[in-house]
Design a protein around this ligand. Sequence first.
Ligand SMILES: Cc1cc2nc3c(=O)[nH]c(=O)nc-3n(C[C@H](O)[C@H](O)[C@H](O)COP(=O)(O)OP(=O)(O)OC[C@H]3O[C@@H](n4cnc5c(N)ncnc54)[C@H](O)[C@@H]3O)c2cc1C
Length: 388
Amino acid sequence: MNKVVVLGGGIGGVETAIALKKEGFNVELISDRESLFVYPISIWIPTGEKDINEVQIPLEEIAKARGFDLTIDRVIEINGKESSFTLEKEGKRTDFDYLVVALGQSKLKHKGIENTLSVCGSPEEILQIKEKIDELVKNKKGKIAFGFGGNPEAPEAVRGGPVFEVMFNVHNYLKKIGIRENFEITFFAPMPKPGARLGEKALKMMDMMFKNMGINKITGKKIKEFTQNSVIFEDDSSIEADLIIFTPAGDGHPVIKNSDLTKTEAGFLKIEDTCQVIGFDNIYAVGDSASIEGPEWRAKQGHLAEVMGRVTAHNIAVKEGKKIEALKGYKEHINIMCLMDTGNGGALAYRSDSKAMLIPLPVVGHWMKKGWGIYYRLYKLGKIPRLI
Ligand SMILES: Cc1cc2nc3c(=O)[nH]c(=O)nc-3n(C[C@H](O)[C@H](O)[C@H](O)COP(=O)(O)OP(=O)(O)OC[C@H]3O[C@@H](n4cnc5c(N)ncnc54)[C@H](O)[C@@H]3O)c2cc1C
């Protein structure tokens, strides 16, 4: 039986392992985290609506339910030409027929970034945000700045959705506990129209939401640096803040940057439509580690990472003669689909070549996202079939 090793136990890697197992491969998943961190529902940790344990699914439980092997270790090197990878504890490994890279992405480093916290970081970082918000709530006043950055070399690696979600949730949380008027919330981003990939109508609706929620907005100004209590822009104007919640744009994973695999300037793996890494017959890449090619509004998303995992499993099975079918591609599945939560409701953001919409879903949107979280856990643990 052919052996496939999947590097990275996140949203893309886990779905790839599940799909490969269904195709009848011998699968090993290697990750540096013990759990699958379900990022889309981690947005509720800062306001205490979800506990960290509700947002993590132990990889051991998924592996047991889905029948793949699990190794917890850190990948420190990949050598494509030699067909090997190296783990921190176990050392060099060559015992595989196919390798799937699903290590996620890193972030660009801005000057003074250590003075900020990101909603798209590690589980530990999101807990730090919760602690800081708890402190401000205890003091019953504060200034919070929320923002995200861009990467001109990888426009699809900008992650703004979760920043908006946490900001709207914090607004509604402060309102609910009756202290919103003592807080100043400011949103900032270097691009003139952050969120533009969702279309003009969505931008107008977001503007209205900012106004209704009393959120200040500073956009179109490049960020010079962050200090302990301020965001400083290129024209030396600044935002004073007790807490700076900032998500830089994605950057290539250091292991990929240091590898001999085919990659873009920004350090994302260059792949064919089949998800095979260009020039390497037995190496595939899924999710945020890969450079996504397609329309200018494209974005790295969890649902696309999962599609890429299933496409990869299918194509390896075809290559190995397990089934006689055509190869599949990921590009036809590129769209933006996000249930943007506001804490008291939500909005369905959708973008494809023919449509750009943001449909308000008061109250029900919030519960739909909560329901998705429950479905996701049950599906990964093999308790219910895949619905979406
Ligand atoms: C807060 C937030 C909210 C989001 N909301 C949505 C949403 O609503 N809808 C949507 O579609 N997408 C959403 N996304 C995007 C989505 O989460 C990502 O696109 C998705 O997680 C990408 O999957 P991945 O497997 O490529 O990377 P990840 O999920 O980041 O997984 C990478 C894995 O690799 C492991 N790893 C990293 N380095 C190493 C190493 N050296 N050795 C071993 N293991 C390693 C990590 O621990 C991790 O488990 C959101 C993202 C964030 C951050």
